[in-house]
Design a protein around this ligand. Structure first.
Ligand code: DGJ
Length: 693
């Protein structure tokens, strides 16, 4: 058999037209089928190219009763009846594709498979990329209007997903995903997949509070420590759709996903290309824990702009002051925050324009002249004098009708002729698909960051799209994609111009927590709900894909302003220490003993920060464990018990930093760490262990 191996990560067998992608612990194989369409062959345990080439192809598209066909990109046309990833319509009314395989390129862990339609001027390149340091397979595609003698008419795109994934038929296919709402994001659910098409989606213009754009599939037998798990994550910050299809005939379980929700249509014109976002996948044999750690490593190594920098301890004024922002009030908070060891002071909403409530001011990004008669300079100087960095809240994609911006540019918002402009939170969405709007946004952001040497922006986005039109534009529904690209573009440009700038992504809490945003931000505000009890579940769901260093978590007041629940300060800290710690309470009301306790806890956090932010995370029962090098940190709550640890080398010996007690790792792994928690309401503790040998 003549095999041609191009590099260690991607190889090709010419006779069977099989490609093999090799990651450190998994293999993925696809094949150009008899009809030239790309067919799925394998995704799972390692195989050699010879073994993959010998596997059968599922070429069954010849029957009215055919099951889903396991294609790398499910299309319409022929006897295909599954969920299409690509839906197109040509000017003469014909639909679907009949592929011709044009060639492929392999280079440095990347594979490009080039296809075109047999008759119409539609080209499509499937992109695959693998890395030497993890098992993630990145997939996306490029569509191209090839314009030719077969016609220059635009091609209507009714759906263009980034990839279809095929999970081997497993008994009892189970789906893991998150559900949520404002103030209750990323709640993990595991459900048996119905024999149906199950759609996970956002139609809101952001990735959304209600579902996060990822999915895991297992046979119903995986747990944190063991079991085969296939997971897929879409790197997109706008509307999206992921459809899982399970069919009772035992065919592969298919998952197709990409940008945009159902029903959006736009046209691809001669010479034009369209790139989808990445829809990445990972197969893991180590259960949900290893799956999450795989994603965390990938996000750190290949997504975050500045992965290795410690996230600072933040103070944010929002819960303390709301819109009642004054120079004096902020100064007083800054002084107390500095006293606690806070490293970055962030002024939230209410510093600009006529923004004294949510009814006015969005779009007018100059410091409010009554509140800050000399601009923000005096406050920024004071914050720096106190030894902290200075950050500001912004919401660049929005305007209030009661603003100078909207009075001057009412045409800049998303709107449709003959339709009301629905206001949500008294605001309208600026159309970031327009380059005049993104130029304006970049201009004021650039000037603002430069004027005050701003260290940190919290980029918020507080309402869903409605009446998402663009009167006069020939292809207005493109804005659903192009708005997101506009937001990404402004952020990328701003960071290039200000390399020291750090950004927190936020959308009314965790309404836009996704890999698209994490590629140009440093952390995510994952929920407006700062109640420590509720946070435990929200953080658990967020941790399924996203690493701790990106998870902003504040300690706020008790009773909690959202839930009215009272919890001990120490417990609130211990829950928030599981991510990038912040403080968001009204420090003017904290007593001297509370401030002293908070100071000690901030100091403790700084000590464990390298382990929490850069370590491997293990979710234990009522506890989270982090391990980095020789150090282990356990944040535990609940009751006295022995807590089995994870991920240690059994021959190691650990010493408890606080008590000096020695523990054999073998015992910690099998019997557990004896936990003695303080008495009282919501007992919690931080255990620090260091490896002795
Ligand atoms: C929503 C955010 O999630 C909050 O933290 C706060 O910044 C408000 N917006 C301000 O309007």
């Amino acid at each position: 058999m003549s095999q041609v191996s191009f590099d260690s990560q991607v190889s090709y067998d010419e006779p069977s037209r099989t490609f093999l992608l090799t990651t450190p612990a998994t293999s993925y194989a696809l094949r150009i089928g008899a009809d030239d369409s790309p067919r799925h062959v394998h995704w799972g345990a390692p195989l050699t190219l010879g073994q993959a080439a010998a596997l059968p192809t599922h070429d069954g598209v010849t029957s009215s009763f055919a099951s889903t066909s396991g294609e790398e990109l499910a299309v319409e046309g022929g006897a295909r009846f599954g969920v299409p990833s690509l839906l197109v319509r040509y000017a003469d009314g014909a639909r679907g594709v009949e592929w011709v395989h044009e060639g492929h390129e392999i280079e440095g862990g990347r594979l490009r498979v080039r296809l075109r339609d047999r008759h119409y001027p539609l080209g499509c390149t499937l992109h695959y990329a693998v890395h030497a340091d993890n098992d993630i397979i990145e997939r996306s595609l490029t569509l191209r209007h090839l314009g030719s003698d077969t016609g220059d008419d635009p091609i209507e795109i009714l759906r263009c997903d980034a990839a279809s994934w095929s999970v081997p038929a497993v008994s009892g296919a189970r789906l893991s995903h998150t559900v949520g709402e404002w103030s209750g994001e990323t709640r993990l659910r595991r459900v048996e997949a119905p024999y149906a098409e199950t759609v996970f989606t956002s139609r809101r213009g952001v990735s959304g509070h209600f579902a996060n754009p990822w999915l895991m599939v297992d046979a119903g037998d995986a747990d944190e420590d063991r079991g085969d798990v296939w997971s897929m994550v879409l790197a997109w910050s706008g509307s999206w759709r992921i459809t899982a299809q399970r069919d009772h005939t035992g065919g592969p379980f298919t998952v197709t996903g990409g940008a945009g929700h159902d029903g959006l249509t736009w046209r691809l014109r001669t010479g034009e290309s369209h790139e989808t976002p990445v829809f990445a996948g990972q197969f893991s044999r180590g259960g949900f824990g290893a799956t999450s750690r795989g994603w965390h490593r990938y996000v750190a190594a290949h997504v975050l702009p500045v992965p290795d920098e410690a996230r600072p301890v933040v103070y944010n004024s929002w819960e303390a002051t709301g819109w009642d922002v004054t120079l004096e009030g902020q100064r007083a908070l800054a002084e107390r925050a500095a006293g606690l060891g806070v490293e970055l002071f962030v002024v939230d909403d209410g510093w600009f324009g006529q923004r004294t409530s949510d009814r006015a001011g969005l779009g007018d990004w100059q410091p409010n002249p009554e509140r800050f008669p000399h601009g923000l300079g005096p406050l920024a100087d004071e914050v720096r004098r106190l030894g902290m960095r200075f950050g500001l809240w912004v919401e660049p994609e929005m305007t209030n009708p009661d603003s100078d911006l909207y009075r001057a540019r009412p045409d800049w918002v998303l709107h449709m002729p003959n339709r009301r402009r629905t206001e949500l939170r008294h605001q309208l969405v600026l159309n970031f698909a327009r380059t005049d709007v993104t130029e304006w946004a970049y201009g004021w952001l650039d000037r603002l960051v430069a004027a005050y040497a701003i260290d940190f922006l919290k980029w918020d986005m507080n309402r869903a799209f409605t009446e998402a039109g663009w009167p006069g534009h020939p292809d207005a529904e493109r804005l659903w994609t192009d708005h997101t690209r506009g937001v990404h573009g402004v952020l990328d440009r701003l960071r290039r111009a200000h390399p020291g700038l750090r950004v927190e992504g936020c959308a009314g809490g965790g309404g836009r927590a996704d890999l698209g945003m994490l590629a140009r931000t440093d952390q995510t505000w994952i929920s407006d709900n700062t109640d420590a009890d509720d946070r435990v579940a929200i953080q658990h769901g967020y941790s399924q894909i996203y690493p701790a260093r990106t998870m902003s978590a504040w300690v706020t007041d008790s009773p909690n302003p959202h839930t009215g629940r009272s919890t001990p300060l120490r417990y609130r800290f211990h829950v928030a220490m599981a991510g990038a710690l912040g403080i968001g309470g009204d420090l003017s009301r904290w007593t001297a003993p509370q401030l002293a306790e908070a100071r000690d806890l901030v100091e403790l956090y700084k000590e464990i920060r390298p382990v929490v932010q850069f370590g491997e995370q293990y979710r234990l029962t009522d506890a989270v464990q982090y391990r980095a090098g020789d150090r282990v940190v356990v944040l535990a709550r609940g009751r006295d018990r022995t807590l089995r640890l994870a991920g240690l080398s059994p021959s190691a010996v650990y010493v408890d930093d606080a008590t000096g007690a020695e523990h054999d790792a073998a015992t910690l792994l099998t019997h557990g760490l004896p936990l003695r928690l303080p008495k009282g309401d919501r007992p919690s503790t931080v255990v620090r262990l260091t490896r002795k040998r």
